[in-house]
Design a protein. Structure first.
Length: 115
């Protein structure tokens, strides 16, 4: 299903929703299926990724425990410790019926200035 409204587009199915307004893109995954949008790939369970030019917010949630993974194109720095290997990051989520979502913010790595 696709909805187009002014400059925003939303596409969704039983596993995901993808929203874009030209400045921000959001990928929301409802289940454990691997999904991709905006140069980001995720897998492992419910999660949401909001992407702008210099910032990515990865929010992990859901009842199911397990490892959630995200792969990002380019060089990104997380605001907290996240396991990193081969261009991807992973987070072991405890899950549970009353579990609070976890948000990890990535910022684009800025190359050092030349003098």
């Amino acid at each position: 299903m696709q909805i187009v409204q002014n400059s925003a587009t939303t596409c969704f199915n039983e596993s995901k929703a993808v929203y874009s307004n030209g400045l921000t893109g959001t990928l929301t995954v409802y289940d454990g299926s691997p999904q991709s949008a905006f140069g980001v790939s995720v897998s492992g369970g419910p999660q949401e990724v909001s992407v702008t030019a210099r910032r990515i917010v990865w929010t992990i949630s859901g009842v199911a425990a397990g490892t959630r993974t995200i792969s990002l194109a380019g060089d990104w720095l997380p605001n907290q410790h996240v396991t990193h290997s081969r261009g991807g990051f992973s987070y072991s989520f405890a899950g549970g019926p009353q579990s609070a979502p976890v948000s990890i913010v990535f910022t684009a790595e800025v190359p050092p200035r030349r003098h």
